[in-house]
Write a protein that binds this ligand. Structure first.
Ligand SMILES: *Cc1c(COP(=O)(O)O)cnc(C)c1O
Length: 421
């Protein structure tokens, strides 16, 4: 009798993300990774264009991160952060506070991006409650936005952009508005706010680039308008930098590039260089100050079990070392220039709606993609891992990718899009 492989026996029991398990066809089995390469169980090697949902910014298996995690594993993998503190999360909090602009200097850790967004929403809500303002319970978020898959995070995501329509009945209702890209849409947003002024706790936005909602870009002026509008109506401003943080848009953080400081900011994805799950919700000092009180009821009522996990924080500290020692932002700039040059050829191809690049994010937007599954398979045949969604084909490679590997990625896109009928 033929002995079954881990792959076959396990696939009968695992439930995969965003996947119709019946029709999806067999996923690719990965044996290992190195640099910008994914090595499949059958021996094929793919150049990675996605960096595992934008996490592995230094490439896979970076020795510096590995050593830091191994050292931490031998010393202490984890202790709870309730009543106990330890070095890695404290060091990481201090370093993030120093890196982030303005007085964004209080860091609350969790284990996933969605949870960091939930915490940001709870913080904003309780900020107002602690100030004696109980009516501010609503959020304004934006078309094309994506903030995660948990209930609160879904409720501030655009259901057209996300995959959340099924759950509409479950979600608290917030306001999804147009981004104030120009003065006309800014006026429209002011009207929305005027209608809801008393009830708005905060505005939530992915600064500069809306990622999972379609890789849509907006400019710094849009964020300046949001800051002004939030201030005028007495609402907090939350930047979700889970995708844009750590060099992806060309500066260390999008807020820095845009010159706008939010009141609360979320981080995850590339925080640990793609090695361990970790997220952070960072508050400005005036936000934290409303929780600082003799009244125990004014404390922030949240505490994930694995909060401040020592292994994950050690990985994140090592990742920050790499940002300090190695020219990541210069690499992001070089990637940006190369993608701009090499993806330009797509503009002339049939079916292409737009080609755009911001930082180390390259996007070819199609009018429509008929068969996503076939398209994904075509890329694998070309020896690359690129995962189009909706009508979007995009690249978010590791910031360490070599120019010739990046050319293989852009070349595959030009070729495969050119072959589409
Ligand atoms: C990925 C993402 C999230 C959700 O993070 P998870 O770790 O998947 O929960 C939230 N916001 C943005 C902007 C993201 O890109």
């Amino acid at each position: 009798m033929e002995r079954k492989h881990w792959y076959e026996v396990g696939l009968d029991h695992v439930w995969l993300p965003y996947t119709q398990m019946k029709t999806a066809g067999p996923p690719l089995a990965v044996a290992r990774t190195h640099g910008c390469r994914i090595v499949l169980a059958d021996g094929r090697e793919l150049i990675d264009g996605i960096a595992s949902w934008w996490t592995s910014c230094h490439g896979y298996n970076h020795p510096h991160i590995r050593q830091a995690v191994e050292r931490q594993l031998a010393e202490m993998p984890h202790v709870m952060l309730g009543g106990l503190v330890h070095e890695q999360p404290l060091t990481l909090a201090r370093r993030l506070a120093a890196l982030l602009p303005g007085d964004l200097d209080r860091v609350f850790f969790s284990e996933s991006g969605s949870v960091a967004v939930e915490i940001a929403m709870k913080m904003a809500q309780q900020y107002w409650i602690n100030r004696g303002e109980r009516r501010k319970t609503k959020f304004i978020a934006f078309k094309g936005g994506y903030h995660g898959d948990t209930i609160g995070a879904m409720s501030v995501s655009d259901s057209d952009a996300g995959m959340h329509d099924t759950f509409r009945q479950l979600l608290p209702e917030h306001v999804i508005a147009e981004l104030p890209r120009d003065t006309a849409s800014a006026d429209a947003l002011k009207l929305v706010l005027a209608r809801h002024a008393e009830s708005i706790a905060a505005l939530v936005v992915e600064p500069l680039v809306q990622g999972a909602g379609g890789m849509r870009f907006h400019d710094a002026a849009t964020l300046t308008r949001l800051r002004a509008i939030a201030d005028r109506c007495g609402a907090l401003l939350i930047f979700d930098e889970i995708f844009t943080g750590f060099g992806r848009t060309g500066s260390m953080f999008a807020c820095e590039g845009a010159g706008v400081v939010p009141d609360i900011l979320t981080l995850s994805k590339a925080l640990t260089g793609g090695t361990l799950p970790l997220a952070a919700t960072v508050a400005r000092r005036p936000v934290f100050d409303t929780f600082w009180s003799d009244d125990p009821a004014k404390a922030l009522m949240h505490g994930p079990t694995y909060m401040g996990n020592a292994l994950a924080c050690a990985a994140a500290n090592a990742s920050l070392d790499l940002f300090e020692r190695e020219p990541r932002l210069a690499q992001a700039k070089a990637i940006s220039e190369q993608m701009t040059r090499e993806l330009a050829a797509c503009r002339a191809l049939t079916g292409v709606k737009d080609v755009r690049v911001q930082g180390a994010i390259g996007v070819v937007e199609m009018h429509r993609i008929g068969d996503l599954r076939a398209l994904r398979a075509r890329f694998v045949e070309e020896g690359v891992f690129i995962r189009p969604f909706g009508a979007i084909i995009y690249l978010t490679p590791a910031l360490t990718i070599e120019p010739q590997d990046l050319s293989r990625l852009t070349g595959a896109i030009v070729k495969v899009v050119g072959d589409l009928k």
